[in-house]
Design a protein. Structure first.
Lengths: 383, 314
């Protein structure tokens, strides 16, 4: 892939006009559903768990928006999903409960799952009756994901699972995990011998617990599998193809507005604060972040258009995520720089404190900065 | 395709040797003749006035290509000026190369220009123009323009927005050219027994280089998405492209090492222009302040709402 080919992933695109009415519909719902929500809570967006909110969204058909109607989805296109996600994030909606199932698990099952798996799980995801998480990292396997040691061995018609996962987002509240595990060979076989398995997190032998973070939140969890029996239809897709299947999800995971808007609630709160005392340095910093956000938003819409065309712009998505998370991190860091002795705004300080602490994770979760840059370099033919 | 044909024209008639000769003062007469006879300059001119009647988005890939070639003539500027004149029912000056010249510390591409659109009261005047003052980066820019009497007058046009939009596209093209040279260099230059591209530090820098090139290109394209060059998209374009100019010239030189500083190697053709274009027509700091002020004057809704309003094209 040359630089020109990478640039082609970002060929300019616009949201089609027919998404405008849908945007108003979503906005009206969010205005009433989230009225009175404090900025510090809005700042959690897709890391905030609220099952009732996810069910209310599902009742409107807005979970599984792009999935086929025969599986309970809404059959809308990726542009509509962009608009929905943009509105959810910009308004600070607590999306965590349905987020992973909606974004990754259901599309994965649609693409690689058996007909039985699709019928069993996709409608449940679309109704927010089943919440999914993805089991990837392990205590010894972070960025080096191909070194996973959790192992499933055949047991009759099913599987017997042993090992553990860590840093699973909301694993302790989820119903189901799609875990990347070894089904043959050893860690030295790397990407070969990995498979994706559906794990019922309430099955005997599964224990999950939240990981307490230094700033007190606990959206991540640690899971242990002790001789967990998995029924015959637990394998997703093909045995040994787990790595390729995981990679097929990455364009979805990394191309969306959630890699741009994580600090938007803070930026908006700060904008209101600045209106009263527009220090020129602060006004310029606001403009800098807006210029970055406008650019990133356009890049995300371009990648959405590629998804709409049926492409999987994995390298482009890595590039967007790396650039986007840099801006998401710069917003709290720069605002901290511009707080003066006369800044007296408790909500601003609380929101700043939350996002400044959380923001270190932006360039770690979903692929670290270094891994993403390595992917881009490989995409450019340098490795 | 239009852009491919234009690219071929530049490959044939605007090689680095011509750019160097133009820097030394030689008029790029053959390139000028090719461009004038090609019809590309009338891309935006309405069909009724004999042009192609296309939109700024169609000019964008050509403006990028002109930047990539470090073309020493104000191609995109002249194309826009001709359409502004034509829409006012006026003939463009024959064989004129027209700058878009709002107040600026530096007027890029002035060396071989003949005319300029300048602000005059609440409108815009077409005047003869030639470079004066200094050419600080040796790129054919001028710190001042000597202008003649008004030749024609057209209604209000935000020249600062037009100039910023076109400068952003030029930066995006120059950044691609600098990045292209850099990627080839790191793939071929051997140190410690392997190509530079074998080192992780270089790989990570090249990824950042690609990110900045694509951010510049995307930002610039926003300014070309509408029927006209609107102020806020142009502000985003020039702000983000100028940020990229800063990063790209630094990464490109660092990866090249000493060879990148030499006159015989082409990198300097592009990085000198990246520095020059960054400060012309408002650097990133200027446009950041304008954008921030625009947001404070229009505080409805979230930042995402503001961006939709500001970037919305008609």
């Amino acid at each position: 892939m040359s630089l020109a080919a990478l640039a082609a992933d970002f060929a300019p695109a616009a949201l089609p006009p027919e998404t405008r009415g849908f945007r108003r519909e979503v906005r009206d719902f969010l205005d009433s559903a989230l009225s009175g929500r404090r900025p510090r809570d809005r700042a959690k967006t897709w890391t905030g768990w609220d099952a009732d909110f996810s069910r209310a969204l599902a009742a409107r058909g807005w979970v599984g928006l792009t999935l086929p109607e025969r599986y309970g989805g809404a059959g809308r296109d990726h542009f509509h999903r962009f608009v929905l996600v943009e509105e959810l994030l910009a308004s600070g909606a607590p999306c965590a409960a349905h987020w992973i199932g909606d974004r990754q698990s259901a599309p994965l099952l649609l693409k690689f799952g058996s007909e039985e798996q699709r019928q069993r799980w996709i409608p449940a995801i679309c109704r927010s009756e089943a919440f999914f998480c993805i089991g990837m990292s392990e205590p010894g396997s972070g960025s080096d994901l191909a070194s996973v040691r959790t192992r499933a061995v055949r047991d009759g018609n099913g599987w017997r699972l042993n090992g553990g996962k860590v840093w699973t987002t909301w694993g302790h509240r989820s119903d189901m995990m799609i875990a990347l595990v070894r089904t043959s060979g050893g860690p030295e076989d790397r990407q070969k011998g990995l498979s994706q398995l559906l794990v019922d997190l309430r099955a005997p032998g599964v224990t999950t617990k939240p990981i307490r973070l230094s700033y007190g939140e606990s959206e991540f969890s640690e899971t242990r599998f002790d001789d967990v029996f998995l029924p015959a239809d637990s394998l997703v897709g093909e045995e040994g193809q787990g790595w390729a299947q995981v990679n097929a999800e990455l364009a979805f995971e990394r191309s969306g507005p959630e890699r741009i808007y994580s600090a938007l609630a803070l930026l908006d709160l700060w904008t209101r604060h600045l209106a009263a005392s527009p220090d020129p340095r602060a006004v310029a910093a606001l403009g800098r972040h807006l210029a970055s956000l406008a650019t990133l938003r356009s890049m995300s819409i371009a990648l959405t258009a590629r998804l709409h065309e049926g492409l999987s712009p994995v390298v482009g998505a890595a590039l967007l995520k790396d650039l986007g998370t840099a801006t998401e991190q710069a917003i709290p860091a720069d605002i901290a720089d511009l707080i003066g002795p006369d800044t007296a705004d408790a909500e601003l300080m609380a929101t700043l404190a939350f996002l400044h602490q959380l923001s270190a994770v932006f360039s770690i979760r979903g692929g670290t900065r270094e891994i993403l840059r390595g992917m881009i370099a490989r995409g450019l033919g340098l490795r | 395709m239009l852009a491919d044909a234009f690219e071929r024209l530049l490959l044939a008639h605007c090689p680095p040797a011509l750019v160097r000769r133009a820097e030394a003062g030689e008029a790029p007469a053959a390139l000028a003749a090719e461009l004038l006879s090609s019809g590309f300059l009338d891309l935006l001119v309405p069909e009724a006035a004999g042009g192609a009647g296309l939109a700024p988005a169609d000019l964008f890939p050509l403006a990028l290509a002109a930047g990539r070639a470090a073309a020493p003539l104000p191609f995109a500027e002249t194309a826009v000026a001709r359409s502004l004149l034509a829409r006012a029912g006026l003939e463009p000056p024959a064989e004129g190369w027209i700058l878009i010249a709002p107040p600026s510390p530096l007027h890029p591409l002035a060396r071989h220009a003949t005319h300029a659109l300048v602000p005059e009261g609440d409108g815009v005047a077409l005047v003869e123009a030639r470079p004066e003052g200094d050419d600080p980066w040796g790129t054919g820019a001028a710190t001042r323009l000597a202008t003649g009497p008004r030749l024609a007058r057209i209604g209000p046009v935000d020249l600062a927005a037009v100039a910023a939009a076109l400068a952003a596209a030029r930066i995006a093209g120059l950044a691609e050219a600098a990045a292209g040279l850099t990627l080839s260099h790191v793939a071929t230059r051997q140190q410690f027994g392997r190509p530079l591209s074998g080192f992780q530090a270089i790989q990570q820098a090249m990824a950042q280089l690609a990110e900045e090139v694509i951010a510049a290109r995307t930002a610039a394209s926003l300014a070309f998405a509408g029927a006209d060059f609107a102020l806020l998209p142009a502000a985003v374009a020039k702000a983000r492209a100028s940020e990229a100019a800063r990063a790209v010239q630094a990464i490109a030189h660092q990866a090249h090492g000493a060879i990148g500083m030499t006159a015989e190697y082409d990198l300097g053709l592009f990085t000198r222009r990246l520095q020059e274009a960054r400060v012309a027509h408002g650097s990133e700091g200027h446009w950041h302040a304008r954008l921030g002020a625009a947001r404070l004057a229009d505080r409805d809704g979230t930042a995402a709402d503001f961006l939709q309003r500001a970037m919305e094209t008609t």
